[in-house]
Design a protein. Sequence first.
Length: 218
Amino acid sequence: MRRAAVFDVDGTLVDTNHLHVTTWWEAFRQAGHRVPMHAVHRAVGLGSTDLIAHLLGDDRDEDGDAELSAAHKALYGQYFDRLPALRDAGPLLRRLHKDGWQVVLATSASGAELSALRRAIDADDVIAATASADDVERGKPAPEPVEHALELAGVPAERAVFVGDTVWDMRAGRRAGVRCVGVLCGGIPRADLEEAGAEVVYDDPAHLLASLADSPLA
């Protein structure tokens, strides 16, 4: 039977979380909002609209959401030509493909941003499909991104593992009924990932690759 290894991208395969923190912080600052960087960091992994709502609250002037999102996109876009893959991200995906896993990405990124992330990973030949922000109505922590990834792979939840770096990833995976693996390279504490649903937590893609034999991806 087919099986799927579903991966978040930002902070899981590519070292971008703190770039997102800085560029979101600057976008908020330009719009006159004082949002602490630690709060932004905790919100990274949510889609743009959900991130803004999480940080500014439901009583904000929603007319400013599009401007904030556009500012973040423009600021973050300055890094597209040099986004750094995390150590052994590409080799991990290649090894899983070799071992018979369908490798699928589930990310809130889309368009040029997603293309830049995929260039950084440099493993397009083993990525079977990508579920992006454009493909679902609700992003993580809703289960839709993971569920759509499973649909693309043609694999049931019980034959899949989801790897991510945020509590939003773990909650989405848990709600989709898949086994969840956390990584610490996005900067979220181990205890938070475990509380949100991570079955096991590794340092980064290199640690997971070195530990495959004893992991849920064995």
